[in-house]
Write a protein that binds this ligand. Structure first.
Ligand SMILES: C[S@@+](CC[C@H](N)C(=O)[O-])C[C@H]1O[C@@H](n2cnc3c(N)ncnc32)[C@H](O)[C@@H]1O
Length: 256
């Protein structure tokens, strides 16, 4: 999935929702940041985590946000204005073009799910970390990411198509093995699952439903079917039958 246009906008709205904030909180906790540290955020999106880390490490520290989407970086640049310790770079998770051993920690929230060569990306993270440096990575158990309340047959059709929006459906289950192979130890996993039982106008599910419908149309689902699905979810919300479930997982580890 590309993160330009409306997709990028809805993704940034998701980052600002309560659940988006919660993901950054657990990530920051896992990194135990200190003033003056150097931190890398791979796939920084709209820059929310970069800015929060920038506040923690201060002007004696450094935060680099890398993203492959120029539109996401444009938003991140606006958000991070006035922070000399923040550098935003257009680049790829699989080729960071950064010197080895440069960072105290690397963070990445819901990015590796989209990277075809995820092993190379994890190898790059290990390479740019100093020994003893930490990673905090969030990826999602997509098989358990579900809207409830629409007609079950239409819901299934939409979700069959949605599987294609990323490369790795169940990456958290593979992370411990992948991290230990490239020299990480002390691997800990923490589920940060949540449910939305309503689609209020700042709910994760509200923006996620728009993302899913637009992606489904881009992959051949008829526009009227996608709109019907959205209406069914809205009706279910009114009648109390709506539900959205997600199971992101934080994986943290230390570079040996
Ligand atoms: C779901 S968004 C998450 C953004 C941000 N980490 C957050 O939590 O709000 C995924 C981000 O990863 C970026 N991305 C996807 N593949 C990438 C790659 N191979 N290298 C760098 N960034 C990538 C996208 O452009 C997008 O901004």
């Amino acid at each position: 999935m590309e993160f330009g246009g409306d997709t990028g906008l809805w993704q940034r709205k998701i980052a600002e929702s309560k659940e988006g904030v919660a993901r950054r909180l657990v990530t920051i906790e896992a990194l135990t940041l200190l003033t003056g540290q150097s931190i890398l955020d791979v796939g920084c999106g709209g820059g929310h985590l970069v800015k929060e880390i920038g506040l923690a490490v201060g002007e004696t520290g450094k935060v680099v946000g890398v993203d492959s989407s120029p539109e996401q970086l444009e938003s991140a640049t606006l958000l991070c204005e006035g922070f000399p310790q923040i550098e935003l770079v257009n680049g790829s998770a699989t080729d960071l073009s950064i010197g080895s051993g440069s960072f105290d920690s690397v963070a990445s929230i819901q990015v590796l799910d989209y990277v075809p060569d995820v092993d190379t990306a994890i190898g790059e993270m290990r390479r740019v970390l100093r020994p003893g440096g930490k990673v905090a990575l969030i990826s999602v158990l997509w098989d358990h990411w579900r809207f409830h309340g629409a007609d079950p047959i239409l819901n299934e059709r939409i979700f069959e198509v949605w599987r294609d929006h990323c490369k790795h459906q169940m990456l958290p289950l593979e992370m411990p093995m992948k991290l230990s192979k490239v020299g990480f130890q002390g691997i800990v996993q923490k589920p940060i699952g949540f449910i939305n039982s309503h689609m209020h106008s700042n709910a994760f599910a509200y923006f996620a439903s728009k993302l899913v419908a637009a992606f489904a149309v881009s992959k051949g689902i008829a526009q009227e079917d996608a709109l019907l699905w959205l209406r069914q979810l809205a009706d279910a919300d009114k009648s109390g039958d709506f539900g959205f479930v997600s199971m992101p997982v934080l994986t943290s580890a230390v570079a040996s």
